[in-house]
Write a protein that binds this ligand. Structure first.
Ligand code: CA
Length: 310
């Protein structure tokens, strides 16, 4: 079924979730280099810190779901059996190989049809390396693809004596990402941290508050005054699409109110190999999200989403 461009009224923004993670191991520079020519609006790095306070691109505070850390450093796990990025120097982390995500409880692959576990060698990049790759490709391809970094678990980092937000903001500023006009959204699940980023750290760039399914339920029950207060801190929300789909009438109402307050709403995550159960393909899901008022989506498959909406 061919969808004319005009059929999508809200859904315009495409965010390459962890790079082209549907095709190559998430957050590898190879996955970034593959995502770039798909022409998403933004590429997403998740960020955690190392022991020596270097910002690296990794989805979890743990290393064991996407690397061979247990093999190389068997005696470096904590009492909970997990390997924490913050216990390793950048030099140590650079010795690890990155592979497709596994479920730590079962040892099985999360997405069995994706890139094989054996074979090519991938590495964990620093935030600086990823930004330099994106900006380099922006120059050589004469295009302006933005970045959409996520600050991971600021409270955990704070308990470890590290101010991850300050470190990330300083790096972003070094590369010209400072103001609302710059092509960057900074995202976090921690609203108190976003308030701190705005007030104490004085960030002027656009901020996105992330909500999981439960967060979307709270959003749908929030008062107008609460939504107004939220709009004074952040520029948009990044919401679980499963959460949005649970109560569609309420979600549609909430999104309309957020739009009136000038906020954007981006949904996560669109995956052809993990669709919400009511949908048979990406296209039908995107049509529904557009109807609910979603302005953009995070996707592991930017190429497929762009083909449908643009
Ligand atoms: Ca993320």
């Amino acid at each position: 079924m061919a969808i004319a461009q005009s059929d999508f009224t809200n859904l315009k923004t495409v965010i390459a979730h962890r790079g082209a993670s549907g095709y190559l191991p998430e957050h590898s520079l190879e996955a970034i280099a593959m995502a770039h020519p798909m022409n998403p609006d933004y590429i997403e790095p998740d960020i955690v810190l190392t022991k020596d306070s270097q910002a690296i691109v990794l989805h979890d505070i743990h290393l064991d779901t996407t690397t061979n850390v247990a093999e190389l450093f068997p005696d470096r796990k904590r009492n909970d059996g997990r390997y924490y990025a913050i216990d390793f120097s950048l030099a140590e982390i650079k010795t690890l190989s990155v592979h497709e995500r596994i479920d730590i409880r079962t040892g099985k692959r999360v997405f069995p049809d994706r890139f094989p576990i054996v074979g090519s060698e991938f590495k964990i990049p620093t935030l600086r390396e990823e930004i330099e790759l994106i900006q380099g490709l922006n120059k050589s391809r004469n295009i302006d693809i933005g970045i959409y970094p996520e600050i991971k678990e600021p409270e955990f980092h704070n308990n470890e004596g590290k101010d991850i937000s300050k470190i990330v903001l300083d790096i972003l500023a070094d590369y010209g990402y400072k103001d609302k006009e710059d092509k960057v959204f900074l995202q976090c699940f921690d609203l108190n941290e976003l308030k701190r980023i705005r007030s104490e750290l004085g960030a002027r760039l656009e901020l996105i508050y992330l909500l999981n399914s439960r967060g979307v339920s709270s959003l749908n029950n929030a008062s107008d005054a609460e939504l107004k207060t939220l709009s004074e801190v952040v520029d948009g929300l990044g919401v679980s699409i499963n959460g949005l789909l649970r109560n569609q009438n309420k979600s549609k109402e909430s999104l309309a109110k957020l739009h009136e307050l000038g906020l954007v709403v981006h949904g996560w995550t669109v995956r052809k190999d993990s669709l919400p159960s009511a949908f048979k393909d990406i296209e039908s899901l995107l049509i529904k999200l557009d109807e609910l008022g979603v302005d953009g989506v995070f996707t592991d498959f930017s190429d497929l989403v762009i083909k449908i909406i643009k």
